[in-house]
Design a protein around this ligand. Structure first.
Ligand code: ZN
Length: 200
C-alpha cells in the first residue's frame, strides 16, 4: 500500500508546551498560546499529529523512561479532550554524556538525526513528501530535512538565527508562531473558506 498519511511531526517542549527544562510533572504542563487553534487548522487540512521529542533527562537520570511514558499518557488525554489527537509520542531517551548506562550512547534517534521520523514513517504509512517537522529549534527543522520531508522553524520575533546557512535552505521555512505557520499553510493550500465557500 502506498504511504498516504500526511504527518505533522511536532516537537514537544517549547513548541506544544512552554519549555520548563526537563518537564516530567503534568502539573507543570502549560500549552503555548495559539497552539490549539493552530492544531485544529492543521487537523482540518488532513494532517495527523506525532510528537517527536528529545528526552535526554532519561539518560541523565533525572527521570525514568516509564515516567516519560506516564506524562505522555496524561498529555494525550488532555489534548484528546481538546479535540486534538496525537497518534504517537516518539522520544529519544539517550544522550552521549548520560549517567544511566543503558541510555548513555550515541544513538540514531536524537534530533537532528532522523531515526524517530524514520520509525514513525514505517509504522504509520506516512507520506514524507506531504509531511513536515515543526519545532522551535533549528535542529527540529533540520531533522525534517534529514528525514526527507520539509522543516518548519517556529522562530519568535527577536530570536537570532544562529546559522546563516539556513537562509539558503529551501526546504526550511520560518514562522513566528505555530498559528502563523498553520494559517500560512491553509492559505497556501487554497482551502475553501467555511463562511462563503470561496477558494482563497
Ligand atoms: Zn536516541
Amino acid at each position: 500500500m502506498e504511504p498516504s498519511v500526511k504527518a505533522i511531526f511536532l516537537d514537544r517542549d517549547g513548541t506544544l508546551n512552554r519549555n520548563t527544562q526537563y518537564l516530567i510533572d503534568f502539573e507543570q504542563f502549560e500549552l503555548i498560546a495559539g497552539v490549539v487553534p493552530a492544531l485544529h487548522i492543521l487537523k482540518n487540512l488532513g494532517f495527523k499529529f506525532f510528537i517527536v521529542s528529545n528526552q535526554s533527562g532519561v539518560a541523565r537520570g533525572l527521570f525514568t523512561y516509564a515516567d516519560v511514558e506516564r506524562l505522555h499518557l496524561k498529555i494525550a488525554a488532555h489534548m484528546d479532550a481538546l479535540g486534538i489527537h496525537f497518534e504517537e509520542f516518539a522520544f529519544c531517551p539517550h544522550h552521549p554524556q548520560g549517567k544511566v548506562p543503558e541510555f548513555t550512547q550515541v544513538c540514531e534517534c536524537r534530533k537532528p538525526k532522523p531515526g524517530m521520523l524514520r520509525y514513525l514513517v514505517g509504522k504509520h504509512g506516512i507520506d514524507l513528501s506531504e509531511s513536515l517537522m515543526v519545532g522551535d529549534m533549528e535542529h527540529d527543522a533540520q531533522t525534517g530535512i534529514n528525514a526527507g520531508c520539509r522543516g518548519v522553524w517556529i522562530r519568535p520575533t527577536g530570536v537570532q538565527r544562529p546559522n546563516a546557512l539556513l537562509d539558503k535552505a529551501e526546504n526550511i521555512k520560518e514562522f513566528v508562531s505555530l498559528l502563523d505557520f498553520a494559517e500560512s499553510l491553509r492559505d497556501a493550500m487554497g482551502i475553501t473558506h467555511p463562511v462563503d465557500g470561496k477558494i482563497r
